[in-house]
Design a binder for this molecule. Structure first.
Ligand code: SAH
Length: 429
C-alpha cells in the first residue's frame, strides 16, 4: 500500500509540479518521507532520517522536506515541533494535496499540515494512472473499520471508504492501453468493498467478474482481504473467472480462537479452514499465504501450538510473521502481557522455520512441472534471461532474449527450485 501511495504521490507531483525523480537525496529539491506505523518504533526511525535530511538542508536551504504516511498522521504537529526544518506534513489520505502544501511559504505563518481523511476527494483527484510494466496495482478501497485490537490502521488511514466502480474500470482500461495485463486490487480490506452501480450493489466479486471482461486483462489478484468477508459470492468467482489466480493471501494472525477473540478478529479458525477448503474444491492447486502475529498479549504456549497446528494443516505458502508490537492508542496495549520477549522470539523462529520449509517444499514440488507464467521483464541478474511470475507469485528466470514476450502469459517448465526464485525453460507444446 505504501509503495502504491509513493507512486501516486510521484504521479501527482509530475502532473502538477513537473518534477523528475532522482535516486540521490543530494540532488533533490524536494525530499518526501513516506512512513509506515504498522509495527515497531517507526517514529524513532523517522526522526533519525530527518536528522540526516537536516544536514542536506543546511547545504541547500531551498530544499523542501516533507513527511507523509501513517507516522505523519500519528505524530502530526509534534514533527513540526521536534523538527522545525520540516516544510510539510501530510497523511495517506491527503497525498493529493502535496502540491498545494509545497506552495505554502514558511514566512506566511500558515502551517503546511493536512492529516485529515478526505478519501473520496483523494480518489477524485488522482491523475491518470501510469504503468511501469505489465503488472499494476489498482486501489479499490481505503481505510479500515474493523478495529482489530492490535491494529493502528483505522486511526492512521481512517474508516473504510470504497472507490467508485466507474473510476476503477476506467483506471483498468487506461492501464491495459499502456500494456498492463495483470491487475492487483489493493486496499486494507478489499473484500469489504461495497459500492452501487446502476442501482446494483457491487462487491469485490463483481469487480473481479466485470474486470475479467475488459480485453487485455489476463490475470487478477487482490490483497489484503479479511477472513470474515470471504463471502459465498467471492468463493464462487473462483469457479467463474479463470483469470483470478489460484493464490490467496488471507491473514489469519493466530490459530487460537481465544487469541482471535482478544484480537477482535470476529472469526474462528474453523471458519478460516472452511473458506480455504471451499475454494480448494474448485481450485485444488490453490496456494494460501498469510500474516501471523506471535506473542499477542496473554498468548500461552497452548495458543501458540494451535497456530502451529493450523500452519501444518493448511501448509501455508510464502507468509509474513511478526512479534506483536504495541501500537499507540490501540486497545491491546492495555492487556496484561506476561510472556517474555525471549519466549516470543523463540516462538517466532519456530513459526518462521516451518513457514520457510513449506515455502521451499512447494517450490521443489514444482520442479519438472509446467507453470502458466506472466512474463514481467528482463531478469534482474542476467540480460540474457527474462523474468516471469507463477500464479503463486514466485519469480521464474528463463533463457530468452526476445523481449516481445513481456506482458504475455506463457507455459514454463520449472527446472530447478532455488532459495528465492525458480529456474525454468519455455515449454514447447
Ligand atoms: N488488513 C489486514 C492487515 C494488514 S496489516 C488484516 O486485517 O488482516 C499487515 C499485517 O501486519 C497484519 O496482517 C498483521 O499480521 C501485522 N500487524 C498489524 N498490526 C500489528 C501489530 N500491532 N503488531 C504486530 N504485527 C502487526
Amino acid at each position: 500500500m505504501n509503495e502504491y501511495d509513493s507512486e501516486k504521490t510521484v504521479d501527482i507531483l509530475k502532473d502538477k509540479k513537473n518534477v523528475t525523480v532522482t535516486d540521490s537525496p543530494e540532488d533533490a529539491d524536494i525530499v518526501l518521507l513516506n512512513t509506515c506505523s504498522i509495527r515497531e518504533k517507526a517514529e524513532a526511525k523517522v526522526y533519525s532520517d530527518l536528522g540526516r535530511l537536516r544536514k542536506l538542508k543546511e547545504k541547500n536551504p531551498n530544499l523542501k522536506i516533507g513527511v507523509g504516511g501513517c507516522v505523519a498522521t500519528q505524530e502530526g504537529k509534534n514533527i513540526m515541533k521536534r523538527a522545525p526544518y520540516v516544510d510539510l506534513i501530510y497523511g495517506p489520505q491527503t497525498l493529493h494535496k502535496v502540491p498545494e502544501l509545497l506552495d505554502i511559504k514558511k514566512e506566511s505563518g500558515i502551517k503546511a499540515i493536512d492529516i485529515t481523511f478526505p478519501i473520496e476527494e483523494k480518489f477524485d483527484s488522482l491523475p491518470s494512472p501510469s504503468s511501469s510494466g505489465p503488472s499494476s496495482f489498482v486501489s479499490i478501497m481505503e481505510g479500515c473499520s474493523k478495529y482489530c485490537s492490535f491494529c493502528v490502521v483505522p486511526y492512521t488511514r481512517g474508516d473504510e471508504v470504497s472507490r467508485k466502480p466507474e473510476q476503477i474500470f476506467d483506471e483498468i482500461a487506461r492501464l491495459v492501453e499502456q500494456g498492463v495485463s495483470e491487475i492487483t486490487f489493493i486496499g486494507q480490506n478489499v473484500n469489504s468493498y461495497m459500492m452501487p452501480l446502476n442501482g446494483r450493489m457491487l462487491r469485490l466479486s463483481d469487480l473481479i467478474e466485470i474486470s475479467s471482461h475488459i480485453e487485455g486483462v489476463k490475470r487478477i489478484r487482490y490483497t489484503t482481504s479479511h477472513p470474515l468477508d470471504m463471502t459465498d459470492d467471492l468463493i464462487d468467482v473462483y469457479k467463474s473467472v479463470p483469470q483470478l489466480v489460484s493464490q490467496l493471501h488471507l491473514p489469519v494472525q493466530s490459530g487460537s480462537n481465544a487469541i482471535l477473540q482478544k484480537m477482535k478478529r470476529n472469526y474462528t479458525t474453523e471458519h478460516f479452514i472452511d473458506v480455504v477448503t471451499r475454494i480448494k474444491k474448485t481450485r485444488p492447486d490453490l496456494r494460501v499465504s498469510s500474516d501471523f502475529i506471535v506473542g499477542f498479549p496473554g498468548e500461552t504456549k497452548e495458543d501458540f501450538d494451535l497456530t502451529m497446528e493450523l500452519v501444518n494443516l493448511i501448509e501455508f505458502d510464502s507468509s509474513f510473521s511478526f512479534i506483536y508490537s504495541p501500537r499507540p492508542g490501540t486497545p491491546a496495549t492495555k492487556l496484561n502481557d506476561p510472556v517474555s520477549l525471549n519466549e516470543k522470539k523463540e516462538r517466532l523462529s519456530i513459526l518462521q522455520a516451518t513457514l520457510n520449509s513449506f515455502h521451499h517444499e512447494h517450490s521443489v514440488q514444482m520442479e519438472g512441472g509446467i507453470e502458466r507464467c506472466l512474463v514481467t521483464g528482463i531478469a534482474k541478474k542476467s540480460p540474457d534471461q527474462l523474468q516471469a511470475r507463477t500464479e503463486c507469485n514466485r519469480v521464474v528466470n528463463f533463457d530468452f532474449t526476445n523481449s516481445d514476450l513481456i506482458g504475455n502469459l506463457i507455459d514454463i517448465k520449472i527446472e530447478k527450485a532455488l532459495a528465492n526464485s525458480l529456474l525454468g525453460s519455455i515449454h514447447k507444446n
